[in-house]
Design a protein around this ligand. Structure first.
Ligand SMILES: *Cc1c(COP(=O)(O)O)cnc(C)c1O
Length: 234
């Protein structure tokens, strides 16, 4: 069973890495500039362990109640854990205990809560601001409106235990992802003008990683294409 799963994950990883490399080359980028983050939500800790054995260095989760025990079961693997889900302020303390990167920071109250929690734990967290690429922005879906990024970025930059590293976004449904990622690239350039170290651009999932790499993504977040289809919950 585990052997079969290992083979399956290995083949899927090879395919995803080849897609990343081809997409990078097509626009004259070095494939090494694009990091693979594997989204392991809904999949067991045993898969995370197999992925680590196959050279994966970064994994992502979107729900604290699932992420925390999975992290704890895999704590010795030396992985970087990304939190990519909508985050309630009352979960900030829990997430700050195990996440290395919080990619879904989209409002001021979350900045304050994460900073306090990280300070209490003596940790420093990498932070990405999640951008809402919908037009017009939809406050219920998570993400900060592009017009509000500068202010949120300054807040993170001023927080003692947070490091502003860049932006994250999900392409909206019903729009060409290339058009949405072009707006994201503009937002990233503006943020970098104020914060030169904010060089991370996390964009691209299983179905749109090519468009994201073309728009300058430095990190792609891939679930299905590596692990397979999720049950409806995902
Ligand atoms: C689930 C998820 C992904 C991965 O999506 P796939 O289509 O399975 O590759 C990426 N980013 C976020 C924020 C997610 O929730």
């Amino acid at each position: 069973m585990t052997d079969g799963r290992r083979e399956e994950l290995s083949a899927n990883l090879a395919e995803v890495r080849a897609r990343i490399a081809a997409a990078a080359k097509a626009v004259g980028r070095d494939p090494d500039e694009v990091a693979l983050v594997v989204v392991t939500k809904t999949w067991p800790a045993s898969d995370v362990e197999l992925l680590a054995g196959l050279g994966v260095t970064d994994v992502a989760e979107n729900r604290d109640q699932e992420a925390r025990p999975k992290h704890d079961a895999c704590a010795l693997l030396g992985l970087r854990w990304h939190f990519v889900g909508q985050l309630q302020r009352n979960k900030a303390r829990s997430v700050a205990a195990y996440a290395d990167v919080v990619e879904s920071v989209d409002r001021a109250e979350l900045v304050a809560a994460l900073d306090r929690a990280a300070q209490d734990r003596g940790r420093t967290l990498d932070v990405l601001l999640q951008v809402d690429l919908q037009q017009p922005p939809d406050p219920h879906r998570g993400g900060c409106a592009p017009a509000a990024l500068a202010e949120l970025g300054s807040l993170v930059a001023g927080a003692a235990a947070l490091r502003l590293r860049g932006l994250m976004a999900v392409a909206p449904l019903g729009e060409d992802p290339a058009a949405a990622f072009a707006r994201l690239a503009d937002a990233a350039a503006s943020l970098r003008a104020d914060h030169p170290d904010a060089t991370v651009l996390s964009a691209g999932m299983s179905h749109d990683l090519e468009q994201a790499v073309e728009a300058g993504a430095t990190h792609v977040r891939i679930g299905t294409a590596v692990l397979g289809g999720r049950a409806a919950l995902g």
